[in-house]
Ligand binder design. Structure first.
Ligand code: SAH
Length: 319
């Protein structure tokens, strides 16, 4: 059982995670995580591993399972998010394991650091977001840098995992540099350390000052998108209601917009607009620059006729 135990406090561990640990004969995990679930592992065989022994942990788990033991392999947060689930499956496949064989595998989901940290600072992930790990222990820096650059350009809210350690101090500075190419210096940033643990600490800052914050191995850095704001100590990314509905006027849809329908600048409306501009003489290159999209994409969409609006009303629950 690959068990995600959530951020650290037992109140934020799922019932299935608790059950899985209770059912286990053998519990394997990084020392810190074993400490977080100390009261649940009493009387069990406990194998404590250090941070760098990930593959060892997976191998030990397989050996114990093959010996007939029920094994719980513990990850903080979610076992599938920069956790043990991947390495474990890799070790299993390498050992010739098959899903229908003797050793059964269950991945038990948990609240990942981005969920926990977001909850503590407000609602920063309410629009498109992504997670990027700054750890270059297993990933080349150009790969990480390219993803940072792409996420910054595409205006994702970003959760930075493994932002900094004793030895890795420059990565966060490089991340900041790449973000500043596309985002305003005053973009809100929250640094959350040890969410739902004893030494929990939350710091609000901006992109400009992010690298000066106290950041470590136990921190997650949340960088807002171009619409994210901080008010009354809460970091919020709007979903877009305010631009579609007049919030002051009882939530009436703004002119040109309809509840339950795509925005006037949604796909259909935008395609229409594109055709009109093109007909007025704006060429593909100009349209590509205007919408910051690739020329071949603009050309391809222009080549296809715009479908007539469907007569059936769409579901109204969708916003
Ligand atoms: N599987 C874990 C992530 C492991 S990678 C998960 O889903 O959360 C380790 C990184 O996760 C840390 O460097 C930090 O960036 C983040 N992290 C894990 N627990 C955290 C917590 N309680 N508070 C803040 N960040 C945390």
């Amino acid at each position: 059982m690959l068990v995600g135990i959530g951020p650290g406090h037992e109140a934020h561990m799922t019932q299935r995670a608790r059950e899985a640990i209770a059912e286990a004969d053998t519990v394997i995990g990084y020392v810190t995580y074993i400490k977080l679930v100390a009261d649940l592992v009493e009387g069990k065989e406990v194998i404590r591993k250090s941070m760098t022994e990930e593959l060892d942990r997976a191998v030990s788990a397989l050996e114990a399972a093959r010996a007939g033991k029920r094994v719980a392999l513990i990850s903080s947060g979610d076992a599938g998010v920069y956790g043990m689930a991947g390495p474990t499956y890799e070790v299993l496949f390498q050992a010739g394991w098959q899903p229908e064989g003797d050793v059964q595998v269950e991945v038990v989901p948990g609240a990942s650091a981005l969920n926990s940290c977001a909850a503590l600072v407000g609602a920063p992930l309410t629009h498109d977001f992504c997670a990027i790990s700054l750890s270059d222990l297993l990933t080349p820096w150009p790969v990480i840098a390219r993803r940072l650059e792409a996420a910054a350009l595409a205006d994702f809210v970003v959760a930075l995992y493994n932002p900094k350690s004793g030895r890795r101090t420059r990565q966060i500075v490089e991340a900041q540099r790449l973000f500043l190419r596309h985002r305003r210096a005053d973009t809100p940033v929250a640094v959350v350390k040890s969410a739902y643990r004893r030494r929990e600490r939350i710091e609000f800052t901006t992109l400009q000052h992010m690298a000066e914050c106290e950041i470590g191995m136990l921190s997650t850095v949340l960088i807002g998108n171009s619409n994210t704001f901080v008010r009354h100590g809460l970091m919020v990314t709007p979903r877009g209601y305010a631009s579609k509905y007049d919030m002051a006027d009882g939530g009436q849809a703004r002119e040109g917009e309809r509840a339950g329908r795509s925005l006037s600048t949604g796909l259909d409306g935008w395609l229409q607009q594109l055709q009109e501009l093109h007909a007025e003489g704006h060429d593909v290159a100009a349209l590509a620059a205007r919408y910051r999209l690739p020329e071949d994409y603009i050309a391809a969409t222009l080549a296809e006729p715009v479908a007539a609006e469907p007569a059936e009303p769409e579901e109204v629950s969708e916003t």
